[in-house]
Design a protein around this ligand. Sequence first.
Ligand code: FE2
Ligand code: FE2
Length: 255
Amino acid sequence: MRTEQKTVGIQPRARIAEVQEGIYRISTFVKEYGITFNVFLLDDERPALIHTGFAEMYPEVERMVKEVIDLRKLQYVTLLHFEADEWGGLRFVESPNAKLVCSKTSSQLTVQHWYDMPKKHLGPWEGDRISLGKMKLRFLMTPHVHHWDSMMVFEETRKALFPSDLFLQQGDNSPVVNDPNLAKGMIQQYRDVGIFAHEKPVRDLLPRLERLHPKMIHAMHGSSLDSSVHKAFFETLRTQDFAYRNVLLFEKVPT
Ligand SMILES: [Fe+2]
Ligand SMILES: [Fe+2]
């Protein structure tokens, strides 16, 4: 019986790039998973983080955030579903003015009833908005697009979509890409990792995302996708099967 878990080695170095005006991507590549883990910093009057990365990434991510803003300015730490690559750097909420923002479902399922979680937090629902100053975050409830507490964020002035684990790409590529072939790797990774129970919630969501006409899709894993490749990614998600098929984190699950 194998019960002892090997810890995945996290590459210590992160990279930072401004991928849209005032939107910074802080990216760490994890070789064992073959993907990057990205944190986004939206620099405005009231700056916001979207995702935090794993706990082990915190010192490096914090160092990068501090290259752009004084941590005392940080107002919102926005986490899109309850998992360690999203929430591992929750320590950011200890910054004096920072508030946790999670979906209403994450709040009800987890934050309100979990040891040592911030009592004061925001739990937005579909259509709720937060103004960062010039930038405006709009929240989209996307249940079962991976987890039942999943949400996405759309920044309305830059038309920037933050879809968390949807639109993932493999590898460690440029901060912004326009290669439609990366969509094949997305499907392969979903099959190998088993993050979606079914294709249906994803396919039901796609028209809602298309109606937003995003200029850029800022994937949590992979590069930010230029609008020229959105069509190819949407089409791939519509036509290729990618739901769980007895493989979980690269290991076959007996049936
Ligand atoms: Fe996830
Ligand atoms: Fe993720």
